[in-house]
Structure formats: C-alpha cells, structure tokens
Design a protein around this ligand. Sequence first.
Ligand code: AMP
Length: 224
Amino acid sequence: MSSVVFKSLILGAPASGKGTISSRIIQNFNLQHISSGDKLRQNIQKKTEVGNEAERYIKDGKLVPDDIMIKFISSEIKKVPNQMWLLDGFPRTVSQAEALWKVEKLDLAINLVVPFQVIINRVKDRWIHLPSGRVYNVGFNAPKVPGKDDVTGEPLVQREDDKPEVVLKRLELYKQMTKPVIEFYKDKNILKDFHGETSDEIWPKVLESLTFYLPFKSQTNNNN
Ligand code: AMP
C-alpha cells in the first residue's frame, strides 16, 4: 500500500452491479463512499453553485466538464482528511485520473468485468423506484410485491433507455471511454479485475481482496 490511509475507486459499466458491490464494501469496511453522481445530485438539490452548473450538462445527458469535476471531487476528498475512501463514478476520463493522481496516490482500482450480454439481459428485467432510485431485478432481486417498491409500496417503472439496443450503445460508449482510464491504473499497478456474471459471484472475490488491505468494520457482518 502506498499510504496508511487506504484509498480506492471502483469502475464498472452501467448495470454491472457497481452500486451493489459499492454498498457491500461500505457496509463491511470503514470507507467513505464518494460517489460523484450522488454528490452532484445532492448539490443540484441544494442549488449550490457547482450544482447549478453541473445540472446544465446532466440534463442534456452530457458529462460535466473535467475542470469542474476535478475541482469538485478534490474538494469532496478534502472534506474527509485522514479517512479511507472509495471513489465511485470518478474518474471518467484520463484527465480526471491524472489530476486525481497528482492530488492523491491510490491503493486499489476495483474493476468490475461483467459480459455485456449478461448486462443486457439483466437490464431487460430491471424495475426502478424513481423517487429513491431503488433498483429491482425480476429473477434475483425481485420486489416483495410485483411492480411495487418494498419500502414505500409505490409503483415501479421501467426506463426507456433500458431497452437492449440502447443499453448496448451505452456499454460500447462506456468501454470506449473507460479503456484509457483502465490503462492508466494498469500502468500504476493498482488495477484489479473482478470477473463474474452477478454481484453475488463477484462479491466474495472483492471481499477477499479488500480483507488483504483492511480490517472489517464488524467481524459478524461480512456476508451481504
Ligand atoms: P452517475 O450517477 O455516476 O451516472 O452520474 C450522473 C451524471 O453526473 C453523469 O451522467 C454525468 O453527467 C455526471 N457525472 C458524474 N460523475 C462524473 C464525472 N466523473 N465526470 C463527468 N461527469 C460526471
């Protein structure tokens, strides 16, 4: 490890299970979860300066420009000094990766590798509770009552962009964009690929790898 305070990030295609794996990591280890998307959405809601700026791009389905993102994430990192963290959603470009590396040397880049066809099939069965963002999958993570959110009982919806042809396009775009970022971390010798078709298959491998670096939050809570 390059530092006493463990610093990591997670990369994964849309619907690769990145959200599930991240939340299991956070449940099991004392890491701050710095999700760029979540942080931006919080700022949009609070109508902060960066929130207002970012909203213009997000509304158009565009990435927020690198200079804004680099400044924003650097300041989020500064808010948790001497703490261990897991970055999620950042970096998305090599410029972001380079800028981050100048500020912080990372210890581990977790790369989730799930076959595209598996993702396409999974997304077909995906239902979302829009107000909370909770995601269900018919088959392996179904809601208790079909079509209803477990917590609120409100209706679930399917997204237009969960259609197979749209998903494939998003995945191809992700691959193209992320390839140089993956190469960047490979060159730094901190990239670790985790292969599998489901989060339940991938999770034990991530868990084993992280226990090499980190103590558990609680010894009794390491299975979910
Ligand atoms: P996410 O929840 O990670 O999909 O992020 C939601 C939106 O926030 C993305 O579609 C982008 O517009 C923006 N965003 C989040 N992270 C980044 C980033 N690292 N670089 C540029 N834009 C980002």
